[in-house]
Design a protein around this ligand. Sequence first.
Ligand code: X8Z
Ligand code: ZN
Length: 603
Amino acid sequence: MKKQPTPLSFATLFIASTLSLHVSATEKKLTQTEANKFLTQTAIELEKLGYESSRAEWIYANFITEDTASLAADIGQKYTDAIVRMATEAAKYDSVKLDEVTRRKLDMLKLKLVMPAPQNAKKSAQLAKVSADLSSLYGKGKYCPDDKTCYSLRDMEQIMATKRDYDTLLDVWKGWRQVSVPMRPLFEEQTQLVNEGSKELGYADTGEMWRSKYDMPANEFAKELDRLWGQVKPLYNSLHCHVRAKLGEKYGTDKVPQDKPIPAHLLGNMWAQSWGNIYDLAAPENADPGYDVTNLLEKHQYDHTKMVKGAEKFFTSLSFEPLPKTFWTRSLFLKPKDREVQCHASAWNIDSKDDLRIKMCIQRTGEEFSVIHHELGHNFYQRAYNQQPVYFQESANDGFHEAIGDTIALSVTPGYLKEIGLLDKVPDESKDIGLLMQQAMEKIAFVPFGLLVDQWRWKVYSGEIKPKEYNKAWWELRKNYQGVMPPVARDENQFDPGAKYHVPGGVPYTRYFLAHILQFQFHRELCKIAGNQDPIHRCSIYNSKKAGKVLKEMLEMGSSRPWQEALEKVTGSKEMDATAIMDYFAPLKSYLDKQNKGRSCGW
Ligand code: X8Z
Ligand code: ZN
């Protein structure tokens, strides 16, 4: 279907870059006045189209049938075609002298689409259909090991998180990857079509278009990512070494060889993207904090509403307004029993004003409690920039959108849990290594995964990875960045990238890598503003109106200014910087390096 707009396409990102379609301004004398007129008219149309397509998309994602898919695809096509037309029109002003704000609005428009359709009705309709089919395959995906049993993705994620039997995990890991086999030809076709659309808009390919959204030249942005990854890599390698050793103790070094990548099904997560669920296997002796949030939620009988209310309260404690009444009646919190829904969590602002909603299939776990904070971060951001012109109703860059709720979740510390009555006693500092280990297994483990998904897609879009090597190239990147390997041989009959939501969903992934760097930068600075004196991993900004004020000011900017200025607002710096994440985990790094003495690390 149309993945444009995705729930967060209103979070999808556009930033200044100079796209030149070589349209001469002299064809028709274009001026500042013409540009203003064009932007005023276009804004009205954009608002109308956005509203219409959000509603269609919402219904589809909450009620997946062939009919809702085809309706959403039709409206998605109309939306995409309109934006392609607007972007083409906007490019006609490339060589016209304009004021800064007008220029930025036009730039945003040119970069608005994530999956641009070719300017040919048949091809555009085909792109909408193929995208809808991809998304449906994922949303409806199930694994039925026998006639009587069928597992949803959620069931399988639960198994991956809690079971420790090698073969059970392997079965489910392979089972979920059957879902993506039929996606392969659709993905290939989608790639061709969006590349054609991107070329028509003046980009070499879709990857280049995606990289052009960051207020700097596309190739510099790619280098920036390498630089940030280089900062985190030593810590990742230490964590990898330790976790592999622990897995070797658990499963035997024949199953987990100590000089090879880790088998991808043993890390507690369907995609091996975060490892917090197997914290128990790596928990440091004598430094375990002695509680986990899942148990606390159960003990205190938190249901889904109480979990969402709890997360909302954090935001209101910073002086954000409570969520609107309609949020509570229109959101989807639980997996319905009677119909197919897209369970992958998302946050929406249907009318670009205050019709905020989340769609999640909430489970009572600590991990999901964090995801709720993540989603509400999107909602509070969306509301904060709703006074901006429609062109700037976006985050500073897409990493910012993904980082806000996570920043708040970093403040869900033992001290905070005690304050809200979930925890009786804050463990003393001797237990901090346990907490940091848990956190690193979530956050540090994620970093290379956050990077590699789009390293793969960029190469697919540029043609460097050919369809006949989709899977091979995927597993090479998984090995190189993450040091994980498939537990059984994979080949080109499979399509393992498609087993990750954002690939069939057409949602760029680099944003999550950025978010993991940014959230620690935000946390460090907001803690300073809140007057925190504790070590940074013990800081909670709960109740700090001062921190809330600065955060809100940044969110209210939307994408009206380059992201560097938004970052500066909170952190005083214009650079993304991984020293914050490294500082946060510094005590753990020393611990890991001690543990790893005498082990051979690497793969
Ligand atoms: O997709 C998400 C959010 C919705 S924007 C739940 N995340 C990525 C993922 O699940 O793969 C959050 C972290 C990474
Ligand atoms: Zn998100």
